[in-house]
Design a binder for this molecule. Sequence first.
Ligand SMILES: [Zn+2]
Length: 171
Amino acid sequence: MPTNNENQVLIYDTSAFIGGMDPQAIHIPQWTTPENLEEIRNKNTREILQMAIKTGRIKLRSPSEPFIKKVIEETKKTGDYSKLSEIDIKVLALALEFQSENWHPIIMTDDYSIQNVASSLKIDYKSVSESGIRTQLRWKVYCPGCGADYPIDTKFKKCDICGTKLKRKSY
Ligand SMILES: [Zn+2]
């Protein structure tokens, strides 16, 4: 995936996060809608997204009404209207709004109807499962005191070398 275009932004659909997208690994502006954050029920996925928002990697923005209307019109033309939720429509509308501001948005989605409407609106999209940038979080247990590593299933709560409370982190 290209990372050298200054006009490029990624717009996330919920399926992108469920598909294993890791926003921390991407260094171009990334956006999603507040409704998308609400929709995510999976605890790990939610934590990844909340962390990305906290660190400023992902920003939240709601599309404005004219773009929502335009997307709805388009979904009726393509026959996708009944297959898309209000949240899906807002993702498309957000991308359309960025496009009108001369950004080159790419919607990250595995949803076929979103992809279909995106191409009808001449907005690029990428399927997360095909993008090669999905990652799986791996965890390790370590001692913040002396740096010793422990197996992920360790029974120890404290370091048996220095007595510091053990921590978990993803890598
Ligand atoms: Zn230790």
